[in-house]
Design a protein around this ligand. Sequence first.
Ligand SMILES: [Zn+2]
Length: 156
Amino acid sequence: MPPAPRYHSVIAETANRLLEEFAVRRYPVNVFDLAARMGIAIEHWPFANLLGGLLFDEDGPCIFYSSNVPVTRARFTVAHELGHFVLHRRQGIYFMCQENSKRLAERQANRFAAELLMPEDKVKQAYQKGQAAADMAVRFMVSLEAMLTRMTELDL
Ligand SMILES: [Zn+2]
């Protein structure tokens, strides 16, 4: 596996700090509740070609996500938009997010989402208890694909 880009560890720290700040200790992480506690409104719409986005209007920040997807995908999208909010909100006034974008900000937001939903220590604990990948995906409420990717990253 090629070495992880340098920004990975900074983003992991940022995501872990957010979980600590909001005293999130239960898994799966309730990203909808976390966004609300951060003062971010959440809306969902039946988008066809958009996974979600983040915008700022006179009422403040708003995350929107596609309701046309499984709940695990919706959760990952909201976590991704929280990543934009935490990491990038000075750079632009809105984000529109699609699947498989190669832009750095999009990859960073995906990294943030993975760290937020599947923190390294928690995933390793579950793995060391002998949980199978499919059980861990259920426990962290992510897709099996997302969990398998995370486990590969963590050399599990
Ligand atoms: Zn994005």
